[in-house]
Design a protein around this ligand. Structure first.
Ligand code: NI
Length: 250
């Protein structure tokens, strides 16, 4: 199985070796970590270079939009050029706490979509309370594909993204009792799904309240298997194939 999106830092985990070994022991062969702030990009690049089964995407999260200067942006491009990154992200739009800086967020999102196009890299999209604007921007880059990380929207929205060539990232939310995400899973099927934890956030049931980690990917795979009435092996093989293809994982 593949955890296509999580964050690993010393701030959240005392023992990173342990976190990675626990994931491998639970059947997770590959992990893609995301560095999405200036500091976490530096730390994530260092971590991913230490482990052969840990891959990395980098890009500035929309919550950084007020902070990123032109020279920070040049630095990002240099980091993309000089490292073995498998994608750009998480990038996108987040209007959850308001739209005051929506224009800055859009500008940063556009600039990073241009980078994705230039370096032929897939994007990992963060979109929160911003579906319409996210779709409008992605449509301007028809040569770029990626995944909609931690998807929590409607069936219709999922289908729009899929029609644009995007995969849908399904995480721990699918195990939550009050979530309707199972309806999306039922409707889109395995061909459009990749697995993710978004660790250290969004720990799946029954471990909610504790720190999330990649070792819980099998819980998410099990829940998807249950929803679709297929074996866990099938969920593993199809979602892993989707992830390997999308991120060109060796
Ligand atoms: Ni994330």
């Amino acid at each position: 199985m593949i955890d296509t999106h999580c964050h690993i830092s010393r701030e959240d985990y005392d023992d990173i070796d342990l976190i990675i070994n626990e994931a491998i022991n639970s059947g997770v062969e590959k992990i893609i970590i995301s560095g999405c702030t200036k500091d976490s990009i530096v730390e994530s690049l260092e971590i991913s270079s230490k482990y052969p089964n840990v891959y990395i995407t980098i890009g500035y999260h929309p919550s950084e939009a007020d902070l990123i200067t032109d020279s920070d942006f040049d630095l990002l491009e240099e980091q993309i050029r000089n490292n073995d990154v498998v994608g750009i992200g998480e990038i996108g739009l987040d209007y959850h706490y308001g739209k005051e800086n929506a224009e800055l967020q859009k500008k940063l999102f556009h600039k990073q979509m241009v980078l994705a196009e230039k370096y032929h890299l897939p994007v990992v999209i963060h979109s929160r309370d911003a579906t319409e604007d996210t779709i409008a921007i992605l449509k301007q880059y028809p040569n770029v594909i990626g995944d909609i990380h931690c998807f929590s929207g409607s069936i219709e929205t999922a289908k729009i993204y899929i029609s644009m060539g995007y995969k849908i990232g399904i995480g721990g939310v699918v195990t939550f009792k009050n979530s309707n995400l199972y309806k999306v899973v039922e409707n889109i099927g395995l061909d459009s799904i990749i697995l993710e934890t978004d660790a250290p956030y969004l720990t799946p049931t029954p471990f909610r309240g504790s720190v999330n980690s990649s070792k819980y990917i099998p819980i998410i795979a099990n829940r998807i298997a249950e929803i679709l009435g297929v074996s866990v092996n099938e969920v593993d093989s199809i979602t892993s194939k989707n992830a390997v293809c999308l991120f060109d994982l060796k």
